[in-house]
Ligand binder design. Structure first.
Ligand code: ADP
Length: 143
């Protein structure tokens, strides 16, 4: 087992529905450790970088608008195999396809925006995790 750090964003749906504490407690119950935590508004520039892999999709402008509805909460979370385990805890991108008991299954949108309003972002691999932590945190903000 590898000790890793992943980057999580509590998206504006989590912030506006007061779900941050509930979701964060699921991560803490797994024994993962918070290494960085902050609230921030996301610029067009950081979102273009973060979502470069979907920038050419027709839904990208809607996703950008969604991610700017409120500030997000960014978190660096450390633990054994935390990257894959947090992806499992979240469930798939489409909240309607996410099983009950997963974060997206329990708290994601169940209507027409189920693919977009899915509570949290989490890094999908060690390289993206390292790049995403650098993207959202300054060196002195990781403890
Ligand atoms: P994930 O966040 O599960 O890794 P992606 O990297 O594929 O998923 O997509 C980034 C984000 O873009 C998703 O979390 C979601 O908010 C949004 N998104 C993805 N696909 C769609 C879609 N078909 N329609 C609307 N929003 C989408």
């Amino acid at each position: 087992m590898a000790t890793e750090t992943t980057l999580i964003l509590f998206k504006p749906d989590a912030v506006s529905k007061n779900l941050v504490g509930t979701v964060l407690s699921r991560f803490e119950k797994e024994g993962f450790k918070i290494r960085g935590l902050k609230m921030m508004s996301l610029s067009d520039e950081i979102l273009a970088e973060h979502y470069a892999h979907i920038a050419d999709k027709p839904f990208f402008p809607e996703v950008r608008g969604f991610m700017q509805e409120t500030p997000v909460i960014a978190m660096a979370l450390e633990g054994d195999d935390v990257i894959a385990k947090v992806r499992d805890l979240l469930g798939p991108t489409d909240s309607k396809e996410a099983a009950p008991g997963t974060i997206r299954g329990d708290f994601g949108d169940k209507g027409g925006e189920a693919k977009m309003r899915n509570v949290c972002h989490a890094s999908d691999g060690p390289e993206t995790a390292a790049a995403e932590i650098r993207r959202f945190f300054h060196e002195g903000e990781i403890h």
